[in-house]
Ligand binder design. Structure first.
Ligand code: KIV
Ligand code: NA
Length: 265
């Protein structure tokens, strides 16, 4: 086996094949998703919330995300591993972006990086691609900009908003990005951007007509207690895990665990 590459991603768009992406932050779940055939795993800065317990993605750092990225890379053989560049690690300059990306590629063994922002990030995208780092863009609702956006809300509404988002997507393509995440945008606009771009669009809250779809795995598996309207839970891990913890607790308190079967004589 070999890992999925940017060429495979481009070929999928040519053939009109849709594909799924999930986030991953640790060895066991990354291994499960890799075995399940998920072709691209994102070590998202959503780790700020689902791993580190912050209430936004802003506090997380390269140092926080690097070990998670390395864990996902070590425990997979097939998926392309995409590392999310965290807030403050790439906005200042193309040089800063390359420094952060190089750490994810060298120490994190990532295969690509993702960064938030449209036209204003074109110099960063160009510098990374020139240095050999595949870049996934991310526009629409960009959680690192929650304070300027004024909340987690749908983006690209109205003619002006739609044209701005389309221009951002086209500029990311021109700068050399291999893919772009469209988060929380009207389905019709996501379909139009997908049709007008030659690079792959990855939707989250962007309707059915993007080339790929991504979800945070804890949302996808029903572990997250609160989720956005666009999330579909394909399992109920919260209930399953809480039930297991309660059963374990009951058996420990009641003295029925461990029994002879789970003890050494
Ligand atoms: O950090 C993340 O999980 C993401 C995806 C939801 C696209 O950026
Ligand atoms: Na992210």
């Amino acid at each position: 086996t070999r890992r999925v590459t940017v060429r495979d991603i481009a070929a999928a768009k040519e053939r009109g094949e849709r594909w799924p992406m999930l986030t991953a932050y640790d060895a066991l779940t990354a291994g499960v998703f890799d075995e399940a055939g998920i072709p691209v795993l994102l070590v998202g800065d959503s780790a700020a919330m689902v791993v580190y317990g912050y209430d936004s993605t802003l506090p997380v750092t390269v140092d926080d995300l690097l070990p998670l990225t390395a864990a996902v890379a070590r425990s997979t053989t097939r998926a392309m591993v995409v590392a999310d560049l965290p807030f403050g690690a790439y906005q200042a300059s193309p040089e800063q972006a390359l420094e952060a990306a190089a750490r994810f590629m060298k120490d994190g063994h990532a295969n690509a990086v993702k960064l938030e922002g449209g036209r204003r990030m074109a110099p960063q995208v160009e510098a990374l691609v020139a240095a050999g780092v595949p870049v996934m863009g991310h526009i629409g609702l960009t959680p690192q900009s929650v304070n300027t956006l004024g909340g987690y809300r749908v983006q690209g509404r109205g003619d002006q908003g739609a044209e701005a988002l389309l221009a951002d997507a086209k500029e990311l393509e021109r700068a050399g990005a291999f893919s772009v995440v469209l988060e929380c945008v009207p389905a019709g606009l996501a379909a139009r951007i997908t049709a007008e771009l030659s690079i792959t669009t990855v939707g989250i809250g962007a309707g059915p007509d993007t080339d790929a779809q991504v979800l945070v795995w804890q949302d996808m598996a029903g572990l997250s207690p609160r989720v956005a309207k666009f999330v579909k839970a394909y399992a109920d891990l919260n209930t399953t895990l809480a039930g297991a913890a309660k059963s374990f607790a009951e058996e420990v308190v009641g003295g029925s665990f461990p029994d002879a079967e789970h003890s050494y004589s």
